[in-house]
Design a protein around this ligand. Sequence first.
Ligand code: NAP
Length: 489
Amino acid sequence: MNNGEKNSELRFAIIGGGMAGILSAIKLQKAGYKNYTIYEKADSLGGTWRENTYPGIACDVPSHFYCYNFEPNPEWSHACSPGQEILEYFQMVAKKYGVTENVRFGTEVSRLEYDNGSWQLETKNGDREIVDIVISASGVLHHPFYPDIPGIDSFKGDTFHTARWDHNVALAGKRIGIIGTGSSAIQIVGDLADKASKLVQFQRTAQWIMPRDNPAYTDEEKRTFRENPETMDAIRTEQAEMSEGGFSAAVVGENPGALAAIEALTLANLEDNVKDPVLREKLRPDYTAACKRLIMSANYYDAIQHPNAELVTESIQCIEPTGVRTTDGHLHEFDVLVIATGFKVDQFMRPINVVGVNGVTLEDAWIDRPSAYLSVSVPGFPNLALLNGPNGPVGNFSLIDVADIQLDYFLQLVDLIRDGRCIGFTAKKDAAENFESERVEATKKTVWVSGCNSWYLDDRGVPAVWPWSMGRFRAIMEKPDLDDFDLAS
Ligand code: NAP
């Protein structure tokens, strides 16, 4: 095969068949790259929406915003639609665009080794293949975090993590305990409070909660969306402006007025909607709103005030066969114990054993902590994109947009290979280091360091996220600065 033939037939491996993996496939197709495979370890597509099926699951990013910009969906049932609908949407899009036939299900990538312009890929099943480009779309919140609570394995009732919900366990009339107060737990409490005979939520840290109505779309509204798709675009644009100009600017210290408005709204939500003064004080956070990921909920305060619900703020001492013992000596007995303690957020492509230039592994490169130039490219690991990778924009906006922007950026670099200008590209080490030190400096102005603990913070207490506005992200990602890349020929 001569170089020209190789370049017109670049081979891509996409790791993960969730939102970002499906998007990658479609964008490759649109860019004229037809030779790709999605490696998906499970037996269906959908990523986080396949894995998270807990009661009450929805996306608190509005549906007309949390969908692909080229595939608006007039059929969304709600302003913020349930998880199952979102899962079906992604699977429908994958089918419609012919992506599904390019997926290898039940195939987990275990090793990648770069060699002179291509990657040798190995799967857990023992298959070996050669590809030119790897796109890692393996998700951010993918590996459940189980807390180190003494006796956690001794519980004799049913117990599972929110991302591993066991639907064989009937919940109606059961005594249910939930550990955690993150977005997952809040949605679960909202759904289960009136179904359980008793529901106890263990809170270590109170949360600010933004009220968010979630009306169902009427048939009339859906018809309007179908007949006038521009009405969906208008909602999308409005959401993008609110999210990017308001929220994203507020949290990075660029819009103090918007941050004050968030604080006022969340405070009023608490004051107006929690009647019992003792419960209200328990639910009152002692840090600035949006320091932790802001919770959006239409029903949480109602649910936690349900006669069957109880909020426990005493610390957990241990878990015993019949329940949870708190440090006041009380044993809270349950039939079902839900672990809503979030995710290990520093894994990214791992546990895949990734070997880059000169035999350096990703484990070596990330010995201190994960990082990547503009969150996309790791020096020494050519022709590899990390979508929603380390230190990227996360928070209360759509990760679909983030992945979309990253793919447009990365594909401009891939075109260098297609056009014969290089066989490999990777961010320069000093460019990545400069970016990282500017990034760390900028985090000092963000709300995330204003005095709370959250999964945004790394082991140093530095927010492991993009610390500037989404507008800046869009602008910087518009065109790669080739001075920041090593091109190998
Ligand atoms: P999370 O936000 O990381 O929350 C974990 C919870 O577990 C926190 O309340 C934490 O308490 C608590 N916890 C951890 N270890 C504990 C221990 N040893 N003892 C007692 N409590 C403990 O996890 P999550 O709720 O699964 O949400 C993770 C992320 O998923 C969200 O921030 C969001 O990005 C995403 N998500 C999005 C949506 C959506 O609608 N878009 C819905 C769900 C999740 P502390 O606060 O004290 O640390």
